[in-house]
Ligand binder design. Structure first.
Ligand code: MN
Length: 228
């Protein structure tokens, strides 16, 4: 069928060492997945069932770009996260089969309008404006699992202007990658092209215009973003 307006372009993430792109279908995010971050946000670090929210595929900001400070906020926080890219999906995926769905990994930042999120939490309103705004998810190139395996530990870190702000280890994740995929697939039908941001370690904090943000997951990828 002809389209009445031009169809939106596909969202493609670069793949490390490849000329072909990774097309993105959906972006899922895990909330409070490191105990120390749950505590700093005023929550109980016990292993409660994971909860999820979403960003839009076109909120992704491919590697090497700048992050334009968004409107209607004065408290944008960085959250560095391990990103998982799926090549396969399904419903009710078993934990021990979940890693078969993973194409690769990246590092990303779940930029958050913390002031709008705090207002939304207080009012019992949704988080969309706090989380799913333009350019809110800078992400590195995807590194195929074929090349690096499936990381279960390793430093995850973020610096602002050279100063360490966030420092954790993947082994501190409350819900591990296979468990996240299994839990998500109970709620949603996962599919190739889905991206999962797996939560952030402690040390989240504000950025301001002019900041140079650098982050990475050792053994996976690194990313640098300038706040404009
Ligand atoms: Mn997050």
């Amino acid at each position: 069928m002809e389209t009445i307006i031009p169809p939106p372009p596909p969202v493609l993430l670069p793949i490390s060492g490849s000329l072909v792109g990774f097309p993105v279908r959906r972006v899922y995010c895990v909330g409070r997945n490191y105990a120390a971050h749950a505590i700093e946000m005023g929550h109980d670090p016990d292993r409660e069932p994971p909860f999820f929210f979403q960003k839009n595929p076109d909120n992704l900001l491919a590697a090497g770009n700048t992050f334009p400070y968004p409107p209607l906020t004065s408290d944008v926080h960085h959250e560095v996260e391990l990103v998982v890219a799926l090549k396969r999906g399904g419903s009710d995926i078993a934990v021990d089969e979940a890693l078969d769905c993973v194409y690769g990994y990246a590092v990303g930042i779940d930029f958050t309008r913390r002031d709008l999120q705090a207002e939304a939490k207080k009012a019992g309103k949704p988080w969309a404006a706090a989380k799913a705004f333009e350019h809110s998810a800078p992400v590195s190139a995807i590194v195929p699992a074929e090349a690096i395996g499936h990381p279960v530990n390793g430093n995850i870190w973020l610096k602002v202007n050279g100063e360490t702000r966030q420092k954790g280890d993947l082994d501190q994740m409350i819900w591990k990658v296979p468990e996240i995929i299994a839990e998500l697939s109970k709620l949603f039908t996962l599919a190739p092209g889905d991206i999962i941001m797996t939560g952030t370690p402690s040390g989240v904090g504000p950025v301001v215009r002019g900041d140079e943000v650098a982050c990475g997951v050792d053994g996976v990828a690194a990313l640098a973003v300038t706040v404009l």
